[in-house]
Design a protein around this ligand. Structure first.
Ligand SMILES: CC(=O)SCCNC(=O)CCNC(=O)[C@H](O)C(C)(C)COP(=O)(O)OP(=O)(O)OC[C@H]1O[C@@H](n2cnc3c(N)ncnc32)[C@H](O)[C@@H]1OP(=O)(O)O
Ligand SMILES: CC(C)C(=O)C(=O)O
Ligand SMILES: [Mg+2]
Length: 498
């Protein structure tokens, strides 16, 4: 069997079903172009019958993207199929993805039907789609909870009707990896015409097993995986593209190939997160902020001796510049000594013990220790003063009928400078003022505001990530005033630039 695994990205369809993640056509084109750079084989661009906007997006993505196949979703309904075919008319390679539920739940309670009728509707839908396009994918919705024998009957019938790809969705994320793998194996072994089509996985993450199930599907014969960037998707999400691709790449022994340029992963993740306004959790595999950050002493010591002691992926392989070592009260001498060395200070033996103890005192009081804190500990004249950059005062004007304006006063080592700026919101205005005050070229890479509880009187926690001369710096603050917290976090990140 061919070891090429086709990557079918459904960020713009299943991912876009997430509340609050809807994108307009221009945004969808931007994502589609980035998915093309990433090297996906298929882009599921939308569900054209669902709204004029989604129809239009499929049309425009078909025009904008050349290499991937463009796929449009339908129910097993003639009108859906006609509209999908119309939306795909500009696609270089168009695919209609049609299907129907095959589990007892769906057949009886959702579709008010019976097994024989569902086979007939499935076959009719595939034949009808074939009138418009050569490439027809069939999904057996809720295949995860469908009886394998019945599923095999449906699959055989739709392949005979012309389906080129057969999607076996674990729609409710119910299956265990062994169970899902056995389902694929059952189809491989019991559908006589299975070699005429590609089997596809489409797993949901309700029990946190989407990636494991997808890989179980592949090892048992599936050669297309349906995935989304950052694992976005209905409810708990879909299998995340980055996890499956990197699992296959890391396990060379499996010998699977994809067309993905993995160095584009981080860029794609950030674009989707920003446009869909959906922050990536810090500990998300591959693309989370902490995925390549080492914060405890034993790990830091190990990584400094040999990166591979604690890293199974080279960060550069997924487009992350470098892994980071965060100095906290859980750090040890090795990490401190290394950072001091980078800053130009050499400490050994009792001197290192001494500065390490001072460092621990400071680290117990702070969340993480910045370079200038270390410089102060190391005795640099320049840094003997207090912390170098502090917010002195902040005043913002904002509202529905005014241009948001911010006046920010920042204390640089005792000297206070003030700047006023406007922006598309109060935070943008304040950040613009800060940027012109600090006179450093910083690029805001990530900005995340979170409320800990749900009350309107809650503290706003802000994380900021900025890039300066190829290096990344993190800032953090918490305040009941989210604009103040944002500016403080921004200044915190800037203050860490050496
Ligand atoms: C597992 C998935 O992710 S499936 C994709 C989910 N995505 C979406 O649903 C987004 C797009 N959906 C929509 O815009 C709308 O639901 C539409 C346009 C498809 C249909 O809208 P409406 O006609 O108002 O129907 P409504 O959404 O209320 O109900 C769905 C109908 O489709 C039927 N249906 C559901 N799936 C299928 C299917 N695969 N094939 C045939 N009929 C189906 C349901 O049984 C129901 O029919 P009924 O009204 O006769 O009981
Ligand atoms: C429409 C199908 C493919 C789906 O998203 C699912 O079953 O989860
Ligand atoms: Mg789905």
């Amino acid at each position: 069997m061919d070891n090429k695994v086709h990557i079918f990205d459904t960020t713009l369809r299943d991912g876009e079903q997430v509340p609050g993640c809807q994108l307009n056509t221009i945004e969808k084109i931007e994502v589609a172009r980035q998915l093309e750079k990433l090297g996906v084989d298929v882009i599921e661009a939308g569900f054209p019958i669902s709204s004029p906007g989604d129809f239009n997006s499929v049309v425009e993505i078909s025009k904008a993207v050349q290499n991937p196949t463009i796929c449009a979703l339908t129910r097993a309904v003639k009108k859906d199929i006609e509209v999908a075919a119309d939306a795909l008319k500009f696609a270089k390679r168009g695919r209609i993805h049609t299907g129907i539920g095959t589990s007892p739940y769906h057949i009886k309670y959702k579709l008010n039907s019976n097994e024989d009728e569902i086979v007939q509707r499935a076959v009719e839908a595939v034949k009808y789609a074939k009138r418009f396009v050569e490439d027809v994918e069939f999904y057996a919705e809720d295949a995860g909870r469908s009886d394998n024998e019945y599923l095999a009957r449906v699959v055989e019938a739709v392949i005979a009707a012309g389906a080129t790809v057969i999607n076996i969705p674990d729609t409710t994320g119910y299956c265990l990896p062994k169970e899902y793998g056995e389902k694929i194996a059952y189809l491989v072994n019991n559908v006589p015409n299975v070699d005429k089509a590609i089997l596809s996985t489409h797993c949901h993450n309700d029990l946190g097993m989407a990636t494991a199930n997808t890989l179980a599907g592949v090892t048992n014969g599936a050669r297309q995986v349906e995935v989304t960037i950052n694992g976005l998707g209905e409810r708990a999400g879909n299998t995340s593209l980055e996890e499956v691709v990197m699992a296959m790449k890391s396990h060379h022994d499996l010998d699977y190939q994809t067309g993905i340029d993995t160095t584009q992963i981080m860029k794609t993740s950030k674009l989707v997160s920003t446009l869909m306004r959906m922050p990536v959790q810090a500990n998300k595999a591959i693309v989370g902020r902490n995925a390549f950050a080492h914060s405890s002493g034993i790990h830091q010591d190990g990584v400094l001796k040999n990166r591979e002691n604690y890293e199974i992926i080279d960060p550069a392989d997924v487009g992350v510049k470098e892994s980071s070592i965060v100095l906290t009260a859980r750090s040890g001498r090795a990490a401190l000594k290394h950072r001091l060395h980078v800053l130009g200070y050499e400490f050994e033996g009792p001197e290192l013990d001494d500065i390490y103890n001072q460092f621990l005192d400071l680290a117990d009081k702070k969340k993480d220790v910045a370079d200038e804190d270390l410089e102060a500990l190391a005795g640099s004249e320049k840094e003997k003063q207090d912390r170098s950059i502090k917010l002195e005062s902040l005043q913002v004007i904002s509202g529905s009928s005014t241009i948001p304006t911010a006046t920010v006063a920042v204390n640089f080592n005792g000297d206070v400078f003030t700047e006023t700026a406007s922006g598309n919101g109060p935070i943008d205005a304040a950040f613009t003022a800060v940027k012109s005050l600090v006179k450093r070229k910083v690029h805001l890479e990530e900005f995340l505001i979170q409320a800990i509880t749900r009350g309107s009187d809650d503290l706003g926690k802000v994380h900021v990530q900025v890039e300066h001369k190829g290096h990344t710096y993190y800032g953090f603050s918490a305040n009941v005033d989210i604009i103040t917290a944002s500016v403080e976090a921004f200044l915190d990140s800037i203050s860490k630039i050496g």
